[in-house]
Design a protein around this ligand. Sequence first.
Ligand SMILES: [Zn+2]
Length: 239
Amino acid sequence: MNEEIVEIEEDQEQLQYLSAELVDSIEPKDIITDVNALSERREIQEMNDEDITITSAELFRTLVEAGGLGLATTQIGNPYRACIVNVKEPLVLINPRVVKFGTVDENENNGKRVIYRESCLSIPKTMKKPKKTVRFTHVTVQTDNLGVVEFKPDNTNWRSQQDMYEDEGLLESIVVQHEINHLDGILITDPKIRYNKQVTVNKTGRNEKVMVMNPENQEISYMKYKHAQPLLELGYEIV
Ligand SMILES: [Zn+2]
């Protein structure tokens, strides 16, 4: 990829193009919970400045009202492909698409996965009882308004599950993955995202690939079962 990676500064005030008057003038939208409507994809399409401003204001206003960490246009019946993520600061992503699960720099800890817990404003029961999901730690996203942005953990040397859940960079990366999934019509209940303990040790062949979780930091790696065996004795689990 030739395009330069954009560093998002925390004090950059990404949404400065939204005036307080505009945001106040917008009624919060109802959040869609209908599964058929939520399964519709939002395709990339050109947005002019006014489309961007109104869509951003709708996302921002509705998210503030609902009190979540992110929201996608699919959830409010807006036809464009855009989402808002509000973890470190509010960020609107216009026409976001995943370039890579991982970072552009191959030397960083790329392509790792974690088991996380997620709630979704469109699936109200998950607000009380979050769903276990499997997510990438790093994601590189192309957007029309911010260029190419990497979302990644602030730190990956978590010593405990609590350290992992307190990592804001990781949370932001996971919310971005969650919202882009919405734009592709995918929910956290989808088998591709949902954590599922399917592989049983007894049925696994030696050369079959398994997902193994490090009990200390919940990190997941894929490997052949014969390579996982010694780790299982150290307390690693097949997930
Ligand atoms: Zn959601």
